[in-house]
Ligand binder design. Structure first.
Ligand SMILES: *Cc1c(COP(=O)(O)O)cnc(C)c1O
Length: 375
C-alpha cells in the first residue's frame, strides 16, 4: 500500500501533464517564463491574494520573506514546537533566535497562551527583540490565526503563515495562504498541491513587498539581472513545475472534497478507537496528513508494528519536538515547557491518506487498528 498515492494521481492526470510539459519543451523557456506567470496568477486567485511569487521550494519561500522584512541578528522568531524545521531554519541561518512554543493537544497547532508567555519572557530577558510569529497550518489544519493576529498586533510583530501543508484548507471563510501578513507554501510532491520536483510560493497583498521578493529571488536584481541592488538568492520556480501545477490546480478543489470524504470515513470508523483529528467547526483541513493519537507510546508502537506487518505504511510527523533537535539543544530550552509536544510525539502516527486511497484500503487499515487496540 502507498502512504500517499502519487502514482494513482499521475495515472489520472498523465495525458494532460505530458501535453503541458511538451509545450514547455517546445517553447525553450525553462526558468520563470509565461507558464510560471500564468500559474502565479491562478494560484493567487485560488487563495484570494493579490500576488503569488513562485520560487524554488517552501523553505526558500520562507527565507525570501525573512529577507524581505530584514529579519536577522538580535531578532526573536516564535513558532510552534511541533513543525518541520524549515519553519524557522532560514531565519536562524540569517542570524535570528528561534523561540519554540508548546502546542495545543486538541488541534496540534500552536498553543496561544504558550505563545504569549514566550513573547513576555523574551521581552523580560531583554536579549532579543521579538520580531515575527511563524504560524503553521500543521498537517493541513488551519492554525488559530485570528488569535495570533491579536497577539502580533499587541506586540508589533510580523505574522507569517507557513502554509506548506495547508494549501486548500479554509479558516473561518478564508483560504490558507491568506491568513498571515504574508504567507509561504511548498509544492513538494507530497504536499496537498505538489509538483514533480521542488517548488514553492510566497503570497502577499503588498505590491512593494511583492517587488522586493521578485528581486530577491533573482540575485537581488534591479531593473535587470545585472544591476543588482541587494543580496538575494537564486530561487525560481521552473516552467516544467509550473506546467505540472497548472494541470493539478484544475483538480485541486475536487481533490479537497474527496479528502473531506476520506477523512470523514476514518473519523467515523476510528472515533473512540484512537483520537481522530480535531478540526474547528466551519474550518476545512487539507489533510496533508491524517494523524491519530494512540493512548500511549506502547500502544502507538504496537499499532505501527501491526500495520507494518500487513504492509501498511505509517509515518511520524514529526518524531521530535523542535526544541529537542540536536541542532537546537545548545539554546538550553527546558523540556518542562513543552509537555504537550512531548505527549504528541509519544502518541501520534500518520496513516495512509490521499484523494486516491481506495475504500478497500481504508477498510483494511481501520480493521487492523481496531483489532490491535486494547479495550
Ligand atoms: C514541507 C514544509 C516546509 C518546506 O517546504 P520545502 O518545499 O520542502 O522546502 C516548510 N514548512 C512546513 C511546515 C513543511 O511541511
Amino acid at each position: 500500500m502507498e502512504f500517499i498515492n502519487l502514482k494513482a494521481q499521475h495515472e489520472y492526470l498523465k495525458d494532460e501533464i505530458n501535453k503541458k510539459i511538451e509545450t514547455v519543451l517546445e517553447s525553450g523557456k525553462f526558468i520563470l517564463s509565461d507558464m510560471v506567470e500564468e500559474f502565479e496568477e491562478k494560484i493567487a486567485d485560488y487563495v484570494n491574494m493579490k500576488y503569488a511569487i513562485g520560487c524554488a521550494n517552501g523553505t526558500e519561500a520562507l527565507q525570501l520573506i525573512f529577507m524581505a522584512y530584514g529579519i536577522g541578528a538580535g531578532d526573536a522568531i516564535f513558532c510552534p514546537d511541533m513543525t518541520f524545521i524549515a519553519s524557522v531554519e532560514p531565519a536562524v541561518m540569517l542570524g535570528a533566535y528561534p523561540v519554540f512554543c508548546d502546542i495545543d493537544l486538541k488541534t496540534f497547532n500552536i498553543d496561544i497562551s504558550s505563545l504569549e508567555d514566550k513573547i513576555s519572557e523574551t521581552i523580560r530577558s531583554g536579549n532579543y527583540t521579538p520580531k515575527a510569529i511563524v504560524g503553521v497550518d500543521f498537517l493541513g489544519n488551519p492554525a488559530a490565526f485570528e488569535e495570533m493576529k491579536k497577539i502580533s498586533d499587541k506586540y508589533g510583530l510580523l505574522l507569517i503563515e507557513d502554509a506548506a501543508q495547508g494549501m486548500g484548507a479554509i479558516y473561518r471563510d478564508k483560504k490558507c495562504c491568506s491568513l498571515g501578513d504574508i504567507s509561504a507554501t511548498s509544492f513538494f510532491p507530497t504536499k496537498p498541491l505538489g509538483c514533480y520536483g521542488d517548488g514553492g510560493a510566497v503570497f502577499t497583498n503588498d505590491e512593494a513587498v511583492c517587488n522586493k521578493i521578485k528581486s530577491l529571488r533573482v540575485h537581488g536584481k534591479g531593473k535587470t539581472k545585472y544591476d543588482n541592488v541587494q543580496i538575494g538568492l537564486n530561487s525560481r520556480l521552473d516552467a516544467i513545475q509550473a506546467a505540472v501545477l497548472l494541470v493539478k490546480i484544475e483538480v485541486l478543489e475536487e481533490e479537497l472534497v474527496k479528502r473531506q470524504d476520506i477523512a470523514g470515513y476514518y473519523d467515523r470508523e476510528l472515533e473512540g478507537v484512537v483520537k481522530t483529528p480535531f478540526i474547528e467547526n466551519g474550518n476545512r483541513s487539507s489533510y496533508a496528513q491524517y494523524v491519530v493519537l494512540a493512548k500511549n507510546d506502547t500502544e502507538k508502537k504496537r499499532l505501527v508494528t501491526a500495520l507494518s506487518n500487513e504492509d501498511i505504511p505509517t509515518l511520524y510527523y514529526y518524531p521530535n519536538p523542535m526544541h529537542a533537535l540536536p541542532v537546537f539543544r545548545k539554546y538550553g530550552y527546558l523540556d518542562k515547557d513543552y509537555q504537550n509536544t512531548f505527549e504528541y510525539c509519544n502518541r501520534a502516527f500518520a496513516i495512509p491518506f490521499s484523494p486516491y486511497i481506495t475504500i478497500e484500503e481504508q477498510k483494511k487499515i481501520i480493521e487492523v487498528i481496531k483489532r490491535n487496540v486494547e479495550n
